[in-house]
Structures are given as structure tokens and as C-alpha cells.
Write a protein that binds this ligand. Structure first.
Ligand SMILES: Cc1ncc(COP(=O)(O)O)c(C=O)c1O
Length: 395
């Protein structure tokens, strides 16, 4: 058996290698959040351009009030799993409201999007099944296939023809086509109408993770499926998260009665874990009402995205096509991406450097995320800072 000393030596050499290759990950401590988008990070005030709070809701007074009231009513923790005694009226009402908004018969809450994706796979698939996934899917979707013991095949990013070839070459009994709705690191949308049509033609089930589309995309903010006009027949399994545009925490799967009842019976990440705090469910209900009633937030977000993209192209830099709040500035080398991110922190902006293994080798980037909480001055100051650090962007 390996001793503690031997283990530490082995780990230290792995950590050194990560440092040498510019892939070492560090945490930054947030001391405070002020206004919609200012954060004090490592003691330094910064404008936050890396959160997923796309509608600027995380400090919204209505959401906070709902959270506090429910905590007063139920206490802080839920006390148990949903199937024991953790499923409160707030959870139940949120599930019904999400189902209505997403125009699906039922919805089921999970504690996180990561757990929802694992739960879907384990409940629906097994060793004889195949998950056919976009190459740039979120890590949780890849881990989900592995945890279910299913065969995992990947197709070229957003390439319906490549998916068709995979489907034609696969003879599994159960086939699941799995994709992000909005790709987390690139900001582009999956070609969902083509994927839905191919899945139907090959009797495969389409699963869409719309973590970054929910609340943002579609005229009413219901997400990528609303944008493309796809219903529950076309996309039987939809996963949305509550910690991004809604500014809260948690996730839900929406679909048919049979799907949701199956998840309740068999999704291990649903059954064997403490339910979300009821106050979080209450806060998400308030956030969902805002998503539905305050369309101006999506309009402001779109205006901010346009301002940023126009400003970047005026600087002579290239941005990949993305209509979403995720605007990646390609850098290429991981170390250069970290240096650029550090230079931006020094200038008062929090922007994450995204490196392998989150993105493919050689495609490190600065991932700028925009929010309805940003104002014109925030964006213009960021553009000035990008100009001054002379970011050489690889097209
Ligand atoms: C596409 C996608 N799916 C799932 C998740 C996981 O969601 P959560 O943060 O709620 O676990 C994320 C979040 O990073 C994501 O980007």
C-alpha cells in the first residue's frame, strides 16, 4: 500500500507539471459583491465579467426577500432527501412553475446541473446503450455516460452530418443523442432542429442541457428550445440550471410524466442526496417570475452583447460568432491566457482564463461573459483595458 509520504511525492510532481504547463488552477477569494456587477476579489475591487449571472439577478431585492421569508418559515436546511421529508411546498410549486414555463408536463428539481445530468443517464441508460455526444459537451454530460456504463461516442462539434454518420454506424438498442443547447466555452448554439430530426429518424432520444440558454435565449427566455420552436416530442429530455441566468442555485429536468416518474424512482443523484434548501426553491420561484415579467433584462443583455462585439471588432480583434452572453476571446497558449487574465485583474476586471482540459489543447481563451447588470461604462472600460493589454488574438 502507498504510504502518505509516497502519495504526497507523487501528487507534488503532478502539481509541478501542471504549474510548468500553465494549467495550475487557483481559487480567488470574493469578499463582497457590490451593486449588480462589482466584486471585491482578493481584496481588489473588480467588475465581474466572468459570472453566469446573465440577467444580473443574484442580488435582486425580490429574490432576496423570497429567500429570507422561506428560510424564516422552513429553516435553513431541507433536512432530508426529497423522498424522505425534504420535499416542501416551495420545491413542489417551483417544479410546477418550471413545467408550465417550459411547456412540458412535469419538471423535477435536482441539487445541481452536474447531478441532474448524472441522474438522467443512470436512470435511463445502461451497459447496452450508447451516448452519442457533441465533442464540446460539458464535462458532466461526458461523466454521465461513463457513470451509466454506456458506450460513449463523440461527434464533431455542432456537426449534424457527423452525428448522422455516428447514428448510421451504431446498432445499440438504446441510443441517446446528447448536447449542450448553448456551448459553455464558445457561446454558440447547437443545431437543434437538425439534431432533433436525425434523432427522430434513427429512433434515438435527444437530451439537451440548456444550462446557458435558460432565461436568456428565446423571446420569452425559456431557452434554446423556445428559440428553435422544439417541443417535448422533439426533445424528450431537457435539463436547465437555476444557478446561472436565474442567479440562484440548483437545476431541473423537464419532460413527460413517465420521464419524471422514472427519475424519481431511479436517478441515484436525486434519491440519495439532501434536497435543496426550501429557501433556494423560493428564491428560484421569484427569479422565474422576473425572467417571465422583465423582458427588458434580455433586451439590455442583447444591447450589451452588441456593444461589446462592436467594440472588439473596432479594436481589430476577432471574436467567434456568438449571439449569447458567452464571448470567448481566443488566445491559444494557456500561459498567455493566464497572463492576460492577470493583467485584466490589475486593471480592475475579473475575466476567466479558460485552459485545457476544459477546452482543447492550444485553444486557451479569455471567456468574457456579459450580463444585463453591466452598464455602458463597464463595457467601454473593459474595451479600453483590452486595447491597452494588446491582446494578440489568434483568429
Ligand atoms: C452546460 C452545463 N451543464 C451543466 C453544468 C453544471 O451545472 P451546476 O453548476 O448547476 O452543477 C454547467 C455549469 O457549469 C454547464 O455549463
Amino acid at each position: 500500500m502507498e504510504s502518505g509520504v509516497a502519495l504526497d511525492e507523487r501528487l507534488a510532481s503532478r502539481l509541478d507539471e501542471l504549474r510548468r504547463s500553465g494549467l495550475y488552477r487557483k481559487r480567488h477569494i470574493v469578499d463582497a459583491v457590490r451593486g449588480a456587477m462589482e466584486v471585491i476579489v482578493d481584496g481588489r475591487p473588480c467588475i465581474d465579467f466572468c459570472s453566469n449571472d446573465y440577467l444580473g439577478l443574484r442580488r435582486d431585492p425580490e429574490i432576496l426577500a423570497a429567500f429570507v421569508a422561506a428560510a424564516g418559515h422552513y429553516g435553513v436546511g431541507s433536512g432530508a432527501a426529497h423522498l424522505i421529508t425534504g420535499h416542501t411546498r416551495e420545491h413542489h410549486a417551483l417544479e410546477e412553475e418550471l413545467a408550465d414555463f417550459l411547456e412540458r408536463p412535469r419538471a423535477l428539481l435536482f441539487s445541481t446541473g452536474y447531478m441532474a445530468n448524472l441522474g438522467i443517464a443512470v436512470a435511463l441508460a445502461g451497459r447496452n446503450d450508447t451516448f452519442i455526444e457533441d465533442r464540446l459537451n460539458h464535462a458532466s454530460l461526458l461523466d454521465a455516460a461513463r457513470l451509466a456504463g454506456a458506450r460513449l461516442q463523440r461527434y464533431a462539434h455542432a456537426d449534424a452530418a457527423a452525428l448522422a454518420r455516428r447514428l448510421e454506424g451504431s446498432a445499440s438498442a438504446g441510443r441517446f443523442v446528447v448536447t449542450n443547447g448553448v456551448f459553455s466555452m464558445d457561446g454558440d448554439l447547437a443545431p437543434l432542429p437538425e439534431l432533433a430530426q436525425l434523432s427522430a429518424a434513427h429512433r434515438a432520444c435527444l437530451i439537451v442541457d440548456d444550462a446557458h440558454g435558460f432565461g436568456v435565449i428565446g423571446a420569452g427566455g425559456a431557452g434554446t428550445l423556445e428559440h428553435f420552436g422544439l417541443d417535448v416530442q422533439a426533445v424528450p429530455v431537457l435539463m436547465v440550471t437555476l444557478g446561472k441566468a436565474l442567479g440562484v442555485f440548483g437545476a431541473a429536468v423537464a419532460g413527460s410524466e413517465a420521464l419524471i416518474e422514472t427519475l424519481i424512482q431511479s436517478a441515484r443523484t436525486y434519491i440519495y442526496t439532501t434536497a435543496l434548501p426550501p429557501a433556494v426553491a423560493a428564491a428560484a420561484r421569484a427569479a422565474l417570475r422576473i425572467v417571465q415579467c422583465q423582458a427588458w433584462r434580455r433586451e439590455k443583455l442583447r444591447a450589451n452583447i452588441a456593444r461589446f462585439r462592436n467594440g472588439v471588432s473596432a479594436l481589430g480583434l476577432e471574436l467567434p460568432a456568438s449571439m449569447t452572453p458567452i464571448q470567448p476571446l481566443p488566445v491559444g497558449d494557456a500561459r498567455r491566457a493566464v497572463q492576460a487574465s492577470e493583467a485584466l485583474v490589475a486593471a480592475g476586471f475579473r475575466i476567466a482564463a479558460i485552459r485545457p482540459p476544459t477546452v482543447p489543447a492550444g485553444s486557451a481563451r479569455l471567456r468574457v461573459t456579459l450580463s444585463a447588470g453591466h452598464d455602458d461604462t463597464h463595457i467601454d472600460r473593459l474595451l479600453d483595458a483590452l486595447a491597452s493589454i494588446k491582446l494578440g488574438v489568434a483568429a
